[in-house]
Write a protein that binds this ligand. Structure first.
Ligand SMILES: Cc1cc2nc3c(=O)[nH]c(=O)nc-3n(C[C@H](O)[C@H](O)[C@H](O)COP(=O)(O)OP(=O)(O)OC[C@H]3O[C@@H](n4cnc5c(N)ncnc54)[C@H](O)[C@@H]3O)c2cc1C
Length: 232
């Protein structure tokens, strides 16, 4: 046990650097309790002198997968994210808590709409894989600085501009057919507002506040769930 949460021994089985900001890390976690899409775990680093640093990370794998995946965004001077991105490697041992949180879990009672910026896509990787396995429909809006940051583009590209709305705000590739503007009052114009939707919004504090304003101004009352990763 470490602190209040129950932590399990975990070993990195795979690490994939996506770009200069993002990496995906797979862990094999002892005694892993199946999670509900949308939950997070705490990752604990322990230094040789016993110093520990703990941060929460959304679980990006679906509940059916054997390994537990996290999408880590490297933050300038960030203690844990830098270690995970720069230094950690396959075979390293960590501690990962049991899944936490009921506030942001997938309800799946209405049509889910995922709204993410940057690494805020992490819980929606889990949710969308889970729904895709059940042939359930969802909408996904994702903003990224560059193409490589659209980490689940390949899985969703056949739905581009119908159910999947990727947006690149800085380095668009040539012939890019997705969006290129920031979230704004026209973003959700394609939705039939007479439908029943549940909105999930995840990303920086600033992005979540902005998205909440825009969704609240659509003129209908929707279920809205938010996850804030911090101020950046
Ligand atoms: C429920 C929850 C789920 C999360 N899931 C994810 C996830 O899936 N992937 C992910 O990458 N992160 C996620 N985060 C953010 C993560 O927990 C850390 O806050 C982040 O990795 C920074 O930690 P650090 O130790 O690297 O930085 P710290 O050493 O804690 O902070 C260093 C400096 O950076 C600032 N800072 C803190 N957070 C950020 C940030 N996000 N961006 C820019 N500056 C920051 C701090 O104010 C501080 O000045 C989640 C946060 C929460 C609350």
């Amino acid at each position: 046990m470490t602190g209040l949460q129950h932590f399990n021994n975990a070993i990195i089985t795979k690490k994939k650097i996506i770009n200069s900001d993002l990496c995906l890390i797979n862990f094999e976690v002892e005694n892993w309790h199946k999670h509900v899409p949308g939950q997070y775990s705490e990752i604990c680093l322990t230094a040789e002198n016993g110093y520990q640093a703990i941060r929460p990370y959304s679980i990006a794998s679906s509940p059916d997968e054997k390994s537990v995946t996290f999408l880590i965004e490297r933050i300038n001077n960030g203690e844990v994210s830098n270690f995970l991105y720069d230094i950690s490697t396959e075979g390293d041992n960590f501690q990962v808590s049991n899944p936490i949180g009921k506030r942001f879990i997938l309800q799946n009672k209405k049509i889910p709409i995922f709204v993410a910026s940057g690494s805020g896509i992490a819980p929606f990787i889990s949710m969308s894989k889970y729904l895709a396995n059940k042939n359930k429909r969802f909408y996904m809006y994702h903003w990224s600085k560059n193409f490589s940051g659209l980490v689940i583009y390949e899985e969703n590209k056949s739905y581009i501009n119908s159910l999947y709305f990727p947006n690149i705000t800085r380095n668009k590739p040539p012939n890019w057919t997705g969006g290129d503007s920031r979230i704004n009052s026209k973003t959700f114009n394609n939705l039939d507002l007479n439908n029943q939707y549940e909105f999930y919004v995840c990303g920086s504090d600033f992005f979540v506040e902005n998205a909440l304003d825009i969704i609240s101004n659509l003129g209908k009352k929707f279920d809205i769930y938010t996850e804030r990763f911090g101020s950046f």
